[in-house]
Write a protein that binds this ligand. Structure first.
Ligand code: HGY
Ligand code: MN
Ligand code: MN
Length: 420
């Protein structure tokens, strides 16, 4: 398939180089002992936010930040009744993350919208690029910025504290974010939300396909489990007398893992963090804290299996004489993408001369929350080796640019209806 003439301009080398420079520059902000880590309400986050706001202004956007710290770059439309055609992703990273996860959707959106403004003039519908804050949940709860925009961020999440005991509210206010007007009302002025993102898995690369069009986003459950036993002397306490919180945790993790594997299908289960107290080589652990993350695109299976996992932990607790405290961190249902936007993305890929593959997203995204205030569409570009959430995360400049080209064409279809 050949790329259409009018998209060739966007595919000129200039934009690809500019996109790469944005990603490389952002990717340097927040490098520390854990590799790249940019969490909300930190100096490095603000530095990245100012970089992005500056680029938005250079491309002719009006820029503002909302009460929680989402950055919204906006190009006004000619029709002041028309609702906004929006795109974007998140600006924060996981601990030790890569430079494409989230940032491709922000930097790519700026370039796509900047190209459209320059090439076609003012759109009919306003166009927005949104850089969401706190999608990864690496400091506070996940999807916090898009939850705020959807009017779903609850008061209890604002008082949730990070590992240093600082609440989201205190951290935000320390950086001048008002957290008002309270995110109690979802936006009602958005026509569509499109998110360009790296696939973060192996499918597109294995198929040799440059574009993924997302049919739906998987559902997620995350929890933090605290296992309370009793510390004892490692040498003198007979095995039958122990209330070993670390051993119990290990047995629970093994039992939950087996339960998920035996359930078949697409369910995935991860224990990403574990800590034990007092953490001494010759002391039976009194307390263990670990997280679980379980995902499945089928809401019924997700619900049923999640309660099964809880039963598994209670069985082990009874056998090992410990107590379990189960604290839910995140619960999002699987979300379908708009069939209309999927068709528009497919038409855009064809116009860009690119093959595409329809697929489910195994990763969560801000689009999950955007679906609460607008129809959503998502498109993927390949991840080399299927790797992500690590320093090895990589997508080549031309693969990134292919995604931006399809995004730009889809936004054109939506925001320049009169010129389309
Ligand atoms: O966890 C996720 O799927 C996303 O990267 N926050
Ligand atoms: Mn991520
Ligand atoms: Mn992401």
């Amino acid at each position: 398939m050949k790329i259409s003439k009018d998209l060739q301009k966007l595919n000129s080398h200039g934009y690809e180089v500019l996109l790469s420079s944005y990603l490389q520059e952002l990717g340097k902000v927040g490098i520390g002992e854990f590799g790249l880590w940019r969490s909300p309400y930190t100096q490095e986050y603000e530095e990245a936010a100012n970089l992005v706001a500056g680029w938005m202004k250079e491309h002719g956007f009006e820029v503002k930040k909302d009460g929680i710290g989402n950055i919204i770059g906006r190009i006004e439309g000619t029709d002041n009744q028309a609702r906004a055609v929006t795109m974007g992703s998140h600006l924060d990273t996981v601990r030790g993350g890569g430079i494409y996860d989230g940032m491709l959707g922000v930097a790519g959106g700026i370039i796509a919208a900047g190209y459209l403004l320059k090439t076609y003039g003012r759109p009919q519908n306003p166009i927005e690029v949104i850089a969401f804050i706190g999608e990864e949940g690496s400091r506070f709860s996940g999807l916090m910025g898009s939850k705020w925009m959807a009017g779903d961020l609850e008061e209890k999440e604002l008082v949730k504290v990070d590992e240093n005991g600082i609440s989201l509210k205190a951290a935000a206010q320390a950086f001048g974010y008002s957290l008002s007007p309270s995110g109690s009302t979802p936006r009602s002025d958005v026509e569509a939300f499109l998110e360009l993102h790296i696939e973060q898995g192996p499918v597109l690369e294995a198929k040799g396909c440059p574009i993924g069009i997302v049919s739906g986003i998987t559902g997620m459950r995350q929890a933090e489990l605290t296992i309370r036993g009793r510390s004892d002397h490692a040498g003198t306490t007979p095995m039958g007398m122990r209330h070993d919180a670390l051993l119990a945790a290990a047995k629970m993790i093994g039992a939950m893992d087996l339960c998920v594997r035996q359930s078949g299908g697409d369910t995935v289960f991860t224990v990403g963090r574990i800590s034990a107290n007092p953490g001494a080589v010759n002391v039976v652990a009194a307390e263990t804290v670990f997280t679980i993350d379980m995902r499945d695109p089928d809401p019924k299976k997700l619900k049923g299996l999640y309660s099964q996992l809880e039963e598994e932990t209670l069985k082990v607790a009874a056998q090992t004489g410990v107590l379990v405290e189960w604290k839910n961190i995140l619960a999002v249902e699987p979300v379908p993408c708009s069939p209309i936007l999927r068709d528009i993305l497919a038409e855009a890929a064809r116009k860009a001369g690119l093959d595409y593959h329809e697929m489910v997203s195994g990763a969560g995204h801000d689009a999950i929350m955007a679906a609460r205030f607008a129809p959503i569409g998502m498109l993927f570009v390949p991840s080399t080796g299927g790797r992500s959430h690590c320093g090895e995360e990589y997508t080549s400049p031309s693969q990134c640019m292919a995604g931006v080209t399809v995004l730009a064409e889809a936004i054109r279809q939506l925001a320049y209806k009169n010129k389309y």
